[in-house]
Ligand binder design. Structure first.
Ligand code: AMP
Ligand code: ZN
Length: 115
């Protein structure tokens, strides 16, 4: 999608600290990390989690989840554990409308929901 910052990172049009990429998914470091390890995992195709997730393309969720497991291995936190999170919509504070799974790790992450 024109102008989408994550589409542009996937295409290499703007720089991103890419840590993993396959035919369906790209993972790169969050520019404003909230944990020692904070990586975003996105489908290479633009998918808006509010509008575009449908039975015919729901496999994208499996793609990003499997990629998250690979990223956790690459970052050596697969044994210690990590948190996966997807913000959807205004109350969750979603800023970018290209589906992205946050992977947080590298420390004890504390409660599920912050005040
Ligand atoms: P969300 O609030 O779930 O929409 O998360 C969007 C995330 O994208 C935030 O954690 C931002 O820090 C991150 N972000 C925004 N622009 C970039 C960028 N150019 N490269 C990497 N991460 C970014
Ligand atoms: Zn996009």
């Amino acid at each position: 999608m024109t102008g989408c910052i994550f589409c542009r990172i996937v295409k290499g049009e703007i720089p991103g600290q890419i840590v993993y990429k396959n035919a369906k998914v790209t993972a790169f470091r969050d520019i404003n990390p909230k944990a020692p390890i904070h990586i975003l995992i996105v489908p290479n195709e633009h998918v808006d989690p509010k509008e575009d997730l449908k039975p015919e393309n729901v496999a994208v969720m499996a793609d990003i989840f499997l990629a998250a497991k690979e990223v956790a291995k690459l970052e050596n936190i697969d044994e210690r554990g990590f948190r996966l999170l997807i913000n959807v919509g205004a109350d969750a504070g979603q800023e970018v409308d290209h589906l992205h799974m946050h992977l947080f790790g590298g420390k004890r992450l504390g409660p599920m929901v912050c005040e």
